[in-house]
Design a protein around this ligand. Structure first.
Ligand code: HPA
Ligand code: ZN
Length: 327
């Protein structure tokens, strides 16, 4: 499908093609052969094992130059899928070990690579810093300080990734307050491995305006109404949810029900090579499962760019491109 697409939920390291990671591992003589199956794909058994494999794959990315190469590879793939605007999650935990000076260097390299992709492939990228929940609230504070130091027109958001089952959102309130005060917009993974209450807690205790996943809100009709009423945007990643067996197939996924109930939904890939997906595949699978036409996808793109954390000038530019494509 060639419709222009907006992606709001993409983990940069999680978008690294396995061949790219293998190449770096060979160059640096790091043995991570155990994370691949015999066909060369990432191999994992469930979400928690996925997080381990993800961290092992990330261990080969050790310099700003590695992240620049990664950014170029990821954006080339996104642009080939028709993505014109993307937001990606970045973690100072992996980029410089939460040292602000080192983080600035990684960020600079990523940003330069993104600007090159914008010139060559017409895709715009912005960054969202995410601490890793299972690394704990202490480390999240250091991560928040890195984010606050570099907040601006490119680094636009703050979120929370990692194991949703570890700790509670309010443990991270200091970090989210710090990020908010620095002008960053807020999102948080919830309602994927945690139930509806995890979504409630994130909205109440962290005052986020978007939720990463959030799909399990469907299990609580009152919460669905609250999300619709408050205009909270869900970063829905249907292929990720199916790959990790949260739902057996696209048809069984609650995205359409949430949309029908008035919740703002967007579509993203999460960690595309891990989940054998791309934005083009997500759109194709949704069209097939629900019979959605271009009008529905246009509405999703529109909801997405309005929920993007970029500055107004960037939003206007992307909105114009969407209008032109659908004229
Ligand atoms: N979910 C939560 N944490 C993550 C993910 C994800 O898909 N990818 C990397 N960290
Ligand atoms: Zn995610």
């Amino acid at each position: 499908m060639t419709l222009p697409k907006i992606e709001l939920h993409l983990h940069l390291e999680g978008a690294a093609p396995p061949a790219f990671v293998r190449g770096l591992a060979t160059e640096k003589k790091i043995d991570i052969s155990g994370i691949f199956d015999d066909r060369g794909n990432y191999a994992y058994t469930d979400f928690w094992h996925f997080l381990k494999v993800y961290e092992a794959a990330t261990s080969v990315l050790t310099t700003p130059a590695d992240y620049a190469r990664l950014t170029r590879a990821v954006l080339a793939e996104s642009a080939a899928s028709g993505v014109i605007y993307s937001e990606c999650f970045l973690s100072p935990d992996f980029c410089g070990g939460r040292d602000v000076g080192a983080w600035r260097e990684y960020l600079h390299a990523i940003r330069e690579a993104a600007e090159e992709a914008e010139r060559q492939d017409g895709i715009t990228l912005r960054g969202i810093v995410t601490p890793i929940r299972h690394f704990g609230p202490e480390k999240a504070r250091e991560t928040a300080l890195c984010a606050a130091e570099t907040a601006g027109d490119w680094l636009v958001g703050f979120g929370l990734a990692g194991d949703e089952k570890v700790g509670r959102p309010k443990d991270f309130a200091w970090s989210f307050d710090c990020a908010r005060e620095a002008g960053l917009r807020l999102t948080c993974h919830a309602g994927e491995w945690g139930g509806p209450d995890s979504v409630r807690d994130a909205v109440r205790d962290l005052r986020v305006e978007r939720i990463g996943h959030g799909v399990r809100a469907i299990e609580d009709p009152a919460l669905v109404d609250e999300l619709a009423e408050a205009g909270i945007v869900l970063e829905v990643c249907p292929g990720s949810n199916v790959a990790l067996k949260l739902y057996p197939n696209f048809r069984a996924h609650p995205i359409e029900k949430l949309m029908e109930r008035g919740v703002k939904v967007t579509v993203s890939t999460d960690d595309p090579p891990f989940f054998h997906t791309t934005m083009a595949r997500e759109y194709d699978a949704l069209a097939e499962a629900f019979g959605w036409d271009d009008g529905v996808f246009r509405q999703i793109a529109d909801t997405s760019i309005r929920a993007a954390f970029c500055m107004e000038e960037t939003r206007d530019k992307i909105l114009k491109r969407l209008e032109k494509a659908h004229a």
